[in-house]
Design a protein around this ligand. Structure first.
Ligand SMILES: Nc1ncnc2c1ncn2[C@@H]1O[C@H](COP(=O)(O)OP(=O)(O)OP(=O)(O)O)[C@@H](O)[C@H]1O
Length: 566
C-alpha cells in the first residue's frame, strides 16, 4: 500500500492544495468578501433585535414606530440567507475545479510513472472517493476559517464601543477555542490518516476479490473470503468510529468552552443590569446587543473545529495525491501534455504522426540488470538485437523476457547497466517518441468493452479508416470486427483475445510505420494451423523492422533470424 507522505502540510491552509488548485486563491478572496458582508449582517441583525426589544419593553414604543427596525431586520435576514447561498455555490464551484485539477494532474503523472507499482483498486479509490472528500475542506472548512478570522474582530470592535468589560472577557476566552481545537486536531489528523489507510486497504481487497471470484469459487474458497472481508471491514469500522469519537468529543469540548465564556459575559451583563450600571432603554439595548453578539464571536471558531474533522479524510487523500505528484517520472518522459477535453473530438485529425526513429534500430542491452521490490535482482544481461532482423527470446519462464520488452517502452527501468537504440542511451531519448516508434503486443492485451474493431482501433492515436482496421483483423485472423467484447476480454477465448491484440499491433505497424515490433508470446494459445496462418500473414510486417519476440514455440523460432537464450 502506498504510504502517506512523511511531511504533511495540513494546517489551517494546505498551501500545496491551494497552490495546485487554479482558482482557489480567487475563492479565498470571495470567501473573505462574503465574510465581511456576513459580519456586517451579524452586527446589524444584533443591533436591530436589541433595539426592537429594548424599544418595545423599556422604551414604550408602539408597533408603527418599530416598523423601520422590523423592515431592516427582515432585510438583514434575507441578506444573510442570500450570502449563505452565494457562499455555497462558490464553494461547490471551487471544490469541483480543484478536484478535477488534482485528478487531471495525478492522471497525467501516473501516465509517466513506471506501471505495475500501484494497485488499481487503491488508485481508483484515491482519485474518486478520496478526492471527492475534499468537498468538505473547500465547502465547509475553508469558509469557516475565513469567517473565523473576520467575524470575531468585527464583533469585538462593536463590543469595545458598546460595553468594554464584555469585550475584555471575550478577548481573554476566545483563544481557548483554537487552543483546544489544535490540541484535538493533532489526534484527528493521525486518526484520519489511519482511517484513510484502512479505506484504501478495503478498496484494494475488494478489487482483488471481485477479480478473483471465479477462481476462488472453482477452488471452493469463496466462502472463506467472508472472514477476510469481515476483518478488513471490521478494521475500517473500528477506525471510522475512533475518528467519530474524537469528532464528537471535540465538538463537546469546544461547545463547553464557548458556552462557559458566553455565560461569564451574560453574568457580568446581568449583574450590571441589576445594579443599574446599564440602566434604562439604552442600557437594556446595550446589554441585549452584547448578549446576542457574544455567541457569534465564538461560532465560526467552533465551526472550524467541527469541520476540520469532516475535511480530514479529504486532506489525507490529498496527501497521497501529492505523493504521486512528487514521484520521479520515467527517464526521458516529456512533460505531461494538457489532457484532451473529450474523447473522439480531441483526437488529432491529421492521420500521420511521424515516427521519430526513421529506420529499424539496433537495440543493445549492456550489462542490464532489472529488479522488482522485495525480490533478488534478475541476472545481468548483455544482448544485441540486430537492426531489421527478427530476434526470438527463448529464455526459460521467469528469466525476464517480458520485463525486457517492457523496459524498451520505459515501463520498467533497469537498476544497472543500460539500454541503447542505435548507440544512444534510452535515458537520453524522448520516451514518448520511442513509444510512437514501437508496436507492442503484451502477453495479456488489455481489452475494453466494445466490438473487436473498437479494440483494434485503439492501436493509433486517431480514428483509423475502416478498411485499415479490417485489413489488420484479417491479417491477424482475429474474430469478426463486429463481435462484442466485454470488459477485460470476456466473450473471447484466450487465443481470440491474443489475435485481437495482434491485429492491434499490425494496424499500428501499418499506419504509423513503426520500425520496432515487440511481441510477447504472440501465438501461445493458438493451434498449429492457426499459428502457421498468423505467422504467414505476419511475414510482410517483419520486413525492414527490428522485431523482438518472446516465445518458446517451434513455429515462431523457425521464422527467427536469431535466437537468444540466457
Ligand atoms: N510486478 C512484478 N513484481 C514482482 N516481481 C515481478 C513482477 N513482474 C515480474 N516479476 C518477476 O520477474 C521475473 C521475470 O518476469 P518476466 O515476466 O519478465 O519473465 P518472463 O521471462 O517473461 O516469463 P514468462 O516466460 O513466464 O512470461 C519473474 O521472476 C517474475 O516473478
Amino acid at each position: 500500500m502506498t504510504q502517506l507522505a512523511p511531511k504533511p502540510d495540513t494546517g489551517a491552509f494546505d498551501r500545496r492544495l491551494l497552490h495546485r488548485a487554479k482558482g482557489a486563491t480567487v475563492y479565498i478572496g470571495v470567501c473573505a468578501g462574503l465574510g465581511l458582508a456576513q459580519t456586517a449582517c451579524v452586527i446589524a441583525g444584533a443591533w436591530l433585535i436589541a433595539s426592537l426589544i429594548a424599544g418595545a419593553f423599556a422604551g414604550g414604543r408602539d408597533l408603527a414606530s418599530l416598523a423601520p427596525e422590523l423592515v431592516g431586520l427582515a432585510a438583514v435576514l434575507a441578506a444573510r440567507a442570500l450570502l449563505a447561498s452565494v457562499q455555497e455555490a462558490a464553494a461547490h464551484r471551487a471544490a469541483a475545479g480543484v478536484k478535477s485539477g488534482l485528478r487531471r494532474q495525478a492522471l497525467d503523472k501516473l501516465m509517466h510513472l513506471p506501471s505495475g507499482t500501484r494497485h488499481t483498486g487503491e488508485t481508483a479509490n484515491l482519485l474518486v472517493r478520496g478526492v471527492d472528500a475534499l468537498d468538505a475542506y473547500f465547502a465547509r472548512y475553508l469558509p469557516q476559517l475565513v469567517l473565523a478570522a473576520i467575524v470575531p474582530v468585527g464583533v469585538l470592535a462593536v463590543m469595545v464601543v458598546a460595553y468594554p468589560p464584555a469585550a475584555l472577557i471575550v478577548l481573554l476566552t476566545l483563544p481557548l477555542i483554537p487552543l483546544f481545537g489544535i490540541l484535538i486536531g493533532r489526534y484527528t489528523k493521525a486518526r484520519a490518516e489511519r482511517q484513510w489507510a484502512s479505506t484504501s486497504a478495503l478498496a484494494h481487497h475488494f478489487a482483488d476479490l471481485v477479480a478473483g471470484l471465479p477462481t476462488l469459487k472453482a477452488f471452493g474458497r469463496a466462502a472463506k473470503q467472508a472472514g477476510a472481508i469481515e476483518a478488513t471491514t471490521g478494521e475500517y469500522r473500528r477506525r471510522s468510529m475512533a475518528l467519530l469519537r474524537v469528532a464528537f468529543c471535540s465538538a463537546l469540548v469546544l461547545e463547553l468552552a464557548a458556552s462557559l465564556s458566553v455565560a461569564i459575559v451574560a453574568v457580568t451583563v446581568g449583574v450590571q443590569l441589576v445594579e443599574g450600571g446599564l440602566a434604562g432603554a439604552a442600557g437594556l439595548q446595550t446589554a441585549l446587543l452584547v448578549l446576542i453578539l457574544a455567541p457569534e464571536a465564538y461560532l465560526p471558531l467552533r465551526n472550524v473545529g467541527a469541520h476540520y474533522h469532516a475535511s480530514a479524510e479529504g486532506l489525507a487523500a490529498a496527501e497521497q495525491v501529492f505523493g504521486i505528484l512528487a514521484e520521479a517520472p520515467e527517464p526521458g518522459a516529456e512533460p505531461a501534455p494538457e489532457a484532451p477535453q473529450t474523447g473522439a473530438a480531441a483526437l488529432p485529425s491529421a492521420p500521420h504522426i511521424a515516427p521519430p526513429l526513421r529506420r529499424a534500430p539496433t537495440i543493445m542491452f549492456r550489462r542490464t540488470v532489472f529488479a522488482y521490490p522485495g525480490r533478488d535482482p534478475l541476472p545481468e544481461l548483455s544482448l544485441t538485437v540486430p537492426a531489421a532482423q527478427t530476434t526470438v527470446l527463448t529464455a526459460r519462464s521467469g528469466a525476464g523476457k517480458s520485463t525486457l520488452l517492457a523496459a524498451l517502452l520505459g515501463f520498467r527501468r533497469p537498476v544497472g547497466g543500460s539500454i541503447a537504440f542505435d548507440g544512444t542511451d534510452l535515458t537520453r531519448l524522448d520516451l514518448e517518441a520511442i513509444r510512437r516508434s514501437v508496436a507492442w503486443l503484451p502477453q495479456k492485451p488489455v481489452l475494453i468493452d466494445g466490438t473487436v474493431a473498437d479494440n483494434v482501433r485503439l492501436a493509433v492515436p486517431y480514428e483509423p479508416s475502416d478498411p485499415a482496421v479490417a485489413k489488420a483483423i484479417a491479417a491477424a485472423h482475429a474474430p469478426d470486427g463486429r463481435r462484442r467484447v466485454a470488459a477485460s476480454g470476456a466473450g473471447l477465448s484466450a487465443g481470440e483475445a491474443a489475435r485481437v491484440g495482434l491485429a492491434r499491433l499490425l494496424l499500428r505497424a501499418d499506419l504509423l510505420d513503426t520500425p520496432v515490433l515487440l511481441l510477447d508470446e504472440p501465438t501461445a494459445h493458438l493451434d498449429a494451423d492457426t499459428e502457421r496462418a498468423v505467422l504467414e500473414s505476419f511475414e510482410p510486417y517483419r520486413e525492414n523492422r527490428t522485431v523482438l519476440i518472446a516465445s518458446h514455440r517451434d513455429a515462431v523460432r523457425a521464422i527467427a533470424d536469431r535466437e537468444v537464450d540466457w
